[in-house]
Design a protein around this ligand. Structure first.
Ligand code: CAO
Length: 556
């Protein structure tokens, strides 16, 4: 055995990036290439893998830490006996680097675990004297050989005296067993399903018994009433924490599903505190593990749905086994599908939508565009109707500034934007994305056309950066190249309006004397009725139509 420092390898341009998730815990066995942490920069997030297999002795990073190449992530106990590596004794060992580039130590510091084998052994720290103590089950009355149904702390946690450590359950009741001391959890000695009685060792704790912030010495004999007995003797035992049902996004916890959910004890504890049934939460961590953010996301979604009133009286969708009716194939949604779905759903339920339909006579505009197209073809430039529409939208936004705004989070103020960044919905095989063309008011038709093509290409090659899709004021969704007569686009909140464009077609138009064939472009403007009145919606599309019908007006 040897102890090895696992460091951040070369991660390209990432420097001082924030740890947003720690994927392993002290005591875990990990394989080489298993992810250790997830980091996130303003551009992207990535998981940092381990360069070796072994047991995690000590985590050296926590959530919110900024790390760079070479930062030590953890101390790993590596089994190198089979490789005939230089031998080691105790916790000091010769390291065997797997990657020569990684800085490594030849001697590892004594870990808390190595001390924990000697209960109550004293050591000193800058804060004062610390000792390692066994925390045991106190006198719990008639309870004997009761099953641990929940472990509420994890290695590395700081615990106060009286904080609950585990929940046990007999056939009569459930109860939480509190800690008899304050300190840091070095080693948890029980697991869910274990049977414990008075005197069973629950964990090894590093107790700070001196120094300025030291807590009083732990009471060696916990009193019986220190045990938090939540259910005195019901016919049916229930885990006690479910009574802490503060928010109740999920009213009833399905204990069977809850216990099967893949989540750490701290996440289970957190979920119980919020009344969230983990069985209903999808995990986004490695191998689908549920993290704290997943629980928060679930609560947020539940609150949004409730505040939107859509859950009132609406029965959940039944689970249907479609294979009973014929052959099926299950395809998982792409990441883009899922993200877009969440955004669209939020907009759909939180924004009161109205859609205004209109048409623009683009006969002259198309004649001009085709003429320009011929002239520019030799330079490889192609202008589609969309570039004209973007320009006409900006001219109209200038006249109706409320369409270029967002409500703030209080819903009481309107933020009017003085810049004109237009999002363009792009259809890709993985789903819909909306890159943003910036400062459109300062760009020529040719520049706008080129940017549309570049962004569409980047989107389809999956090369758009998050920043390419931020800062939009107003979105245009053009299905004109595909077909259809009209549609009702969903507002890309927090924007307040979106323009849908369908395929132009020749239509007979009455000019006061006779019907004439004109090329008509269908427009569908959806807007947030909290910000925009119906009359303004109709004024906006009328003006837009006028601009497109006579593009010389855009110059005025
Ligand atoms: N009416 C008639 N023809 C149109 C048209 C319209 N409104 N808009 C475009 N066309 C024509 C173009 O002129 C081009 O024809 P030619 O090749 O003969 O010149 C053809 O349709 C294809 O255009 P395009 O789609 O390649 O280019 P674009 O600039 O119009 O659109 C882009 C670019 C990226 C927006 C588009 O490709 C796209 O992805 N659209 C789908 C957006 C979407 O999915 N929206 C739904 C979102 S749900 O709200």
């Amino acid at each position: 055995m040897s102890i090895k420092e696992i460091v951040v390898p070369d991660i390209g341009d990432f420097d001082a990036v924030e740890v947003i998730e720690v994927l392993v815990a002290e005591g875990d066995f990990i394989e080489a290439e298993d992810s250790i942490v997830t980091v996130e920069s303003d551009k992207a997030s990535m998981e940092i893998p381990s360069s070796a297999s072994g047991k995690v002795l000590k985590l050296k990073v926590g959530l919110g830490d900024n790390i760079s190449e070479g930062t030590v992530l953890l101390m790993l106990e590596v089994d190198d006996s089979e490789k005939a590596e230089p031998s080691s004794k105790d916790s000091s060992a010769t390291d065997t680097p797997e990657k020569p580039s990684e800085p490594v130590t030849t001697e590892a510091p004594a870990t808390p675990e190595s001390k924990s084998e000697k209960p109550a052994a004293a050591s000193t720290s800058s804060a004062g004297t610390t000792s390692i103590e066994e925390i045991v089950v106190p006198d719990i009355g008639d309870f004997d050989e009761v099953e641990v149904i929940e472990v509420l702390v994890t290695e590395g946690d700081m615990v106060e005296a009286e904080d609950s450590l585990i929940t046990v359950e007999s056939d009569k009741a459930s109860m939480e067993i509190p800690s008899s001391a304050s300190g840091k959890v070095l080693k948890v000695k029980v697991n869910i399903g274990d049977k414990v009685s008075e005197g069973s060792v629950l964990l090894m704790m590093e107790v700070n018994s001196g120094g300025s912030d030291a807590k009083p010495e732990a009471a060696p004999e916990p009193k019986e009433d220190a045990v938090k007995l939540n259910v005195t003797a019901p016919a049916e035992a229930k885990p006690s924490k479910s009574s802490v049902d503060k928010l109740s996004p999920t009213v009833h916890l399905d204990e069977k599903r809850f216990s099967k959910a893949y989540a750490s004890p701290s996440v289970r504890k957190f979920a119980r505190e919020l009344g969230v049934d983990l069985g209903e939460v999808s995990g986004t961590s490695r191998k689908g593990r549920i993290n704290k953010d997943d629980v928060k996301g679930f609560v947020k979604k539940a609150l949004t749905t409730k505040s939107a009133g859509s859950s009132l009286g609406v029965a959940p969708m039944p689970e249907i086994d479609y294979s009973k009716f014929g052959e099926i194939e299950t395809q998982s949604l792409s990441k883009i599908n899922k993200l877009t779905g969440e955004f669209l759903h939020r907009s759909w339920v939180t924004v009161p939508h109205v859609t205004q339909f209109d048409e623009a006579d683009i006969t002259e505009m198309e004649a001009f565009r085709k003429q320009m197209g011929k002239e520019m073809e030799k330079d490889g430039i192609k202008i589609t109707p969309l570039a004209f529409i973007i320009r006409a939208v900006v001219t109209t936004l200038k006249l109706y500034p409320r369409f270029n705004s967002s409500l703030d989070n209080t819903g009481e103020n309107l933020i009017l934007k003085k810049y004109f960044n237009i999002g363009v919905a792009v259809d890709t095989p993985d789903g819909l994305v909306v890159p943003v063309i910036r400062e459109v008011d300062q760009k020529s038709l040719v520049e706008i056309s080129q940017e549309i093509r570049q962004y569409a290409q980047l989107a389809r090659d999956k090369k758009l950066k998050p920043s390419d899709m931020q800062g939009g004021c107003f979105t245009i969704s053009s299905l004109g190249g595909i077909g259809g007569t009209k549609f009702t686009p969903i507002v890309n909140a927090p924007e307040v309006a979106v323009l849908g464009v369908s395929k132009s077609s020749m239509q007979p138009q009455w000019d006061g004397t006779e019907f004439k064939p004109r090329l008509m472009l269908p427009l569908s403007l959806s807007y947030d009725h909290r910000v925009i009145d119906g009359a303004d919606g109709a004024r906006f599309t009328s003006h837009l139509s006028k601009m497109l019908s006579d593009i010389r007006r855009m110059m005025v």
